[in-house]
Unconditional design. Structure first.
Length: 590
């Protein structure tokens, strides 16, 4: 008897309300949950002032709140932008690796000028409230809107007093940034060296950015040292008791969940649900509803389509399926910095806005590149038999194609219901008992529960059919083989409407990027004539330091003035490090 090839994770159900908050039911369960350490987050970003037409870039650090080492609890982190009304303007989901990640978001013209909060958190952290969440002030200036009242003072000069708050704490005793000079010309190559003076004590993960200093007086963003001080008392364990609701930790992947009710609104238990994440690199997950009609699963692989088809897998009933949502924490009680615009800032605002427009106009020649992520093998190492239909005579329907082209698969009559597709067993290779089990059938990654409904599918739209002849036992049901049909356009999922389920967009993690690095290596290159008004000259969100010296290079832009070089991060042992250095860019190097 061959060993079963298992590619799907079958999860036991928990009692989760539709808001994805688990209810702690016993002392034993509470004690078990408290053994899972709480987390805290630090977000280094390229604020504190961001204009419409610019990207805010950030580096995300997630720590075990008990040990101050990188956390291995959460698989997913979140970065949000909140306005003074407590409304979430942006929320991004990011995948964590060893407690770290990075990302960015573009500030478009829909975002009004104002004082904002940048939040960083995991779902597990939300159990200890907003106090556990990382918070930093951010100012957004939208010069294209008429109403600037959010940033205007009531009095003649109501600028918040920031003297004494302008200098962030620094520590250069462990690592430093060294340069041969401090004054550079425009478009000049700059070489800097990260020096680690403490050997293993200096090993760690750091962020480096080189950014033009703000022309406006503003409270600086948090750094690693101020963060360590402000969140020193962050709770190290779960603060809940029996009967409390709970945000589940996304420890095994991105949480995806839903609810099944009958036509009277009552929850339906023990329903076998199939969740398809469609596409060429598809995911297929099975789950069962609990006594409250809830089901959930975790998505760990780097899926490509932000869409899920959730449907009843067998014994179809007249039910309604809904996608669950996770509530945000109440942000209405946050205290915001009160940055205010001044008449003396008008020239700087106008100039920066013009520079942003020029940079965006030439974005196509300075693009960031999207990393494709880890490829998904839907067959989990298995080797399918694939037939490309262009190599054969085309037949009108899917059913006829199976009859005329495929040797090992076809429809079987079912006297008790719909006809089903069966894939023949491989008796020559494996010694196994004969069966009449149906096959698992997918179209562009969409699970098809009723095979009879695709009999007449137009075969001219099919590109290929792949077969796996192994046996499966999934969600308490036996299957003989798997059939994966790829259409020519690969878009079967777009118009698929499950009879007992939903086809719905889901929020996926943002894609990682390789950020564009400007170079002026050779005289006469085409880019010599392209305007260069970069304010951020160098950005490395995460640098792993495991040696004494690391060298980096970047080029200045056409902007002149003072630029700040920042090294910010944490040693392997959790010590916060922040190093600042100023360089000057002039029209001609001196």
């Amino acid at each position: 008897m061959k060993k079963q090839w298992i590619v799907f994770l079958i999860l036991a159900a928990l009692t989760i309300p539709v808001q994805a908050q688990y209810v702690i039911s016993s002392i034993e369960e509470l004690q078990s949950l408290k053994k899972l350490p709480q987390e805290k987050v630090y977000v280094h970003h390229t604020g504190p002032i961001v204009f419409t037409g610019e990207y805010l870039q950030y580096a995300f650090y997630c720590f075990n709140a008990q040990s101050n080492r990188a956390s291995n609890v959460s698989f997913v982190g979140y970065v949000a932008l909140v306005n003074q009304k407590g409304e979430y303007v942006v929320e991004q989901k990011i995948r964590l690796r060893k407690g770290k990640s990075h990302g960015d978001f573009f500030v478009n013209t829909d975002v009004p000028s104002g004082n904002y909060k940048l939040l960083g958190y995991t779902q597990w952290m939300k159990n200890n409230g907003m106090e556990q969440v990382f918070k930093d002030d951010l100012v957004i200036i939208n010069p294209y809107q008429v109403d600037q009242s959010q940033l205007l003072s009531d009095g003649a000069d109501g600028q918040m007093k920031l003297d004494g708050e302008m200098n962030q704490p620094a520590d250069s005793s462990v690592v430093q940034i060294k340069m041969e000079q401090e004054v550079f010309g425009t478009r000049e190559k700059v070489t800097m060296v990260l020096k680690n003076y403490k050997a293993q004590l200096g090993y760690g993960n750091y962020t480096i950015r080189v950014q033009k200093k703000n022309e406006m007086v503003v409270k600086p963003q948090a750094n690693a040292i101020s963060y360590a001080k402000d969140y020193f008392s962050a709770k190290g364990e779960l603060e809940k008791t029996v009967g409390d609701s709970l945000f589940l930790p996304e420890q095994r992947g991105e949480l995806l969940f839903g609810k099944v009710i009958d036509d009277k609104g009552n929850p339906v238990s023990d329903v076998k649900m199939v969740v398809s994440i469609p596409g060429e690199e598809f995911l297929l997950k099975f789950a069962a509803t609990d006594s409250n009609g809830n089901f959930y699963t975790y998505l760990r692989k780097d899926y490509k389509q932000g869409r899920a088809i959730m449907q009843v897998g067998e014994d179809a009933q007249d039910v309604e399926v809904s996608l669950g949502t996770v509530p945000n924490l109440d942000a209405s009680g946050l205290t915001f910095n009160q940055f205010q615009l001044k008449p003396r800032y008008s020239d700087a605002i106008e100039q920066r806005s013009v520079h942003n427009q020029l940079e965006n106009q030439f974005f196509s020649v300075k693009p960031d590149s999207i990393l494709l992520g880890t490829p998904i093998d839907p067959f989990d190492g298995g080797i399918p038999e694939t037939i490309n239909l262009d190599d054969f005579t085309r037949f009108p329907t899917f059913q006829e194609t199976l009859v005329e082209v495929l040797n090992y698969a076809g429809y079987r009559n079912n006297p008790n219901g719909s006809d089903y597709i069966r894939i023949a067993q491989d008796f020559e290779t494996y010694n196994e008992l004969a069966n009449d089990f149906p096959a698992i059938v997918l179209f562009d990654g969409v699970y098809i529960p009723d095979h009879e409904k695709i009999k007449d599918f137009d075969a001219k739209q099919i590109k290929s059919i792949s077969l796996v002849r192994d046996q499966f036992r999934l969600a308490g049901r036996d299957y003989q083989g798997m059939m994966v049909v790829k259409t020519i356009e690969g878009d079967f999922f777009e118009n698929y409407a499950p009879e007992h389920g939903i086809n719905i967009p889901i929020k996926k993690t943002i894609a990682k990027k390789n950020y564009f690095k400007q170079r002026y290596a050779l005289e006469g290159e085409n880019n010599q004539r392209i305007p260069d008004y970069r304010r951020i000259l160098f950005w490395e969100p995460h640098i792993e330091v495991e040696e004494t010296d690391l060298q980096f290079e970047f080029y200045t832009s056409d902007l002149t003035g003072e630029f700040e070089v920042v090294l910010d991060g944490f040693t392997t042992y959790g010590k916060p490090i922040a190093v600042y250095k100023t360089i000057i860019v002039k029209e001609e190097s001196q």
